[in-house]
Design a protein around this ligand. Structure first.
Ligand code: SIN
Length: 196
C-alpha cells in the first residue's frame, strides 16, 4: 500500500531554521546519498536496530509486488551505525519526497566515530504505517527481495549495496549479513554433489 508522509514531515520544523544540521542515513541514504552535503562522518545511534521490515512500493518494488527495505525498530541497548551528513535545509524537501512511503522525521543523538556528538534528523518508518511489513523468515524475505524491482532498481541491489557499504564502514550487522547470505545462496541455486 502506498502512503505519503510528505505533509506530516513538513510540519516538523525542528531543523528548518538552522543553516545546517546532521542527517543520519542507515539505509539507501547510507550507500546512495543522491543529495548535496557539506561533510559526512560515520556515526552511531543508540536504542535502534536496522531491519528489512518496511515495504517499498515506490523505489525497490511496485504497488503489486512491493520490495523490502530497511527501517529502524526500537531495541533498547542496541546500536545502529550509519553515515551522518551535514546538510542545508533546502535538501529536506526532496528528501521528504524520497522517503514518503511511510517514513517520518525523528530526532536522535548521533555519536560520531571521530569524536563528539550532536542531535540529528533520521527518517524512520514505524510499525503503524500502512507499508510496514514486519518480520518474516530470512528465506521468505530473501525470496521477496530477489524478485522485486522498482523505479530505483532491483531490490537485490539495495540489499547488496547496503551490505557492501557496511563492510566498508567495518560494521557487523548480523541481520543484513544473514539476509545477504540468504539471497546469495538462493541466487547460486542448488549445488550438485561432488562439485566441490
Ligand atoms: C535511510 O536511509 O536513512 C532511510 C531509509 C532508506 O531510504 O532506505
Amino acid at each position: 500500500m502506498t502512503v505519503s508522509t510528505v505533509a506530516i514531515n513538513r510540519q516538523m520544523r525542528d531543523f528548518d531554521h538552522r543553516d545546517s544540521f546532521w542527517l543520519f542515513g542507515y539505509g539507501s541514504l547510507l550507500f546512495k546519498a543522491g543529495f548535496c552535503y557539506l561533510e559526512h562522518r560515520p556515526a552511531t545511534i543508540s536504542g535502534w536496530s536496522r531491519r528489512f521490515w518496511q515495504g517499498s512500493h515506490d523505489h525497490r518494488g511496485t504497488a503489486h509486488a512491493p520490495g523490502r527495505v530497511v527501517t529502524l525498530v526500537e531495541d533498547p541497548g542496541a546500536q545502529c551505525t550509519g553515515m551522518a551528513y551535514r546538510i542545508t535545509p533546502d535538501v529536506l524537501e526532496p528528501l521528504d519526497v524520497r522517503e514518503k512511503n511511510g517514513y517520518l522525521r525523528f530526532t536522535a543523538e548521533l555519536s560520531f566515530h571521530d569524536g563528539g556528538a550532536d542531535r540529528g534528523l533520521v527518517y524512520i518508518a514505524t510499525a503503524d504505517n500502512p507499508a510496514f511489513l514486519g518480520p518474516a523468515p530470512m528465506s521468505e524475505m530473501a525470496c521477496q527481495i530477489a524478485s522485486a524491482a522498482g523505479p530505483s532498481g532491483p531490490n537485490r541491489d539495495y540489499l547488496l549495496g547496503m551490505a557492501r557499504a557496511l563492510r566498508e564502514l567495518r560494521v557487523h550487522d548480523p541481520h543484513v549479513l544473514a539476509l545477504e547470505e540468504a539471497l546469495l545462496v538462493r541466487e547460486r541455486g542448488p549445488r550438485r554433489s561432488g562439485s566441490g
